[in-house]
Design a protein around this ligand. Structure first.
Ligand code: AMP
Ligand code: ZN
Length: 114
């Protein structure tokens, strides 16, 4: 996708440091952090929204969740707790149309979210 912000970051066309990267995912710091730790776990392959996932993406989504869990643990938040969020389309506030899992930690997170 030539006009996708996260595809550009993944391709190195926009400066950004990867907190984690492997063959299928990268993790970056959110530019507007909502918690002391706020990362985005992003698949290298462009998928616009959760509505575009198919059965062949099950392993990829599992890898995203497992990466979030591993990174939270590395940063010392496994016991206190953390939140993962996938926003889909406008009612949920999705602004970047390349799926990404938010990982938030380091403060009390109220429920329900706004
Ligand atoms: P969402 O609202 O779920 O689509 O989340 C998009 C997130 O991307 C927001 O939390 C933004 O702060 C974040 N974001 C936007 N541009 C950048 C960027 N260049 N680098 C890192 N995070 C970004
Ligand atoms: Zn993309």
């Amino acid at each position: 996708m030539t006009d996708c912000l996260f595809c550009k970051i993944i391709a190195g066309q926009i400066q950004g440091r990867f907190v984690h990267e492997d063959h299928e995912l990268v993790a970056i710091r959110d530019i507007n952090p909502q918690a002391p730790l706020h990362l985005l776990i992003i698949p290298r392959r462009h998928i616009s929204t959760l509505n575009d996932l198919g059965p062949h993406d099950d392993a990829l989504v599992g890898s995203m969740v497992r990466a979030a869990s591993a990174i939270a643990k590395e940063h010392g938040y496994a016991d206190d707790g953390y939140r993962t969020v996938l926003n889909c389309n406008s009612a949920a506030g999705q602004t970047v149309f390349h799926i990404h899992l938010h990982l938030l930690a380091g403060r009390g997170l109220s429920w329900p979210p706004g």
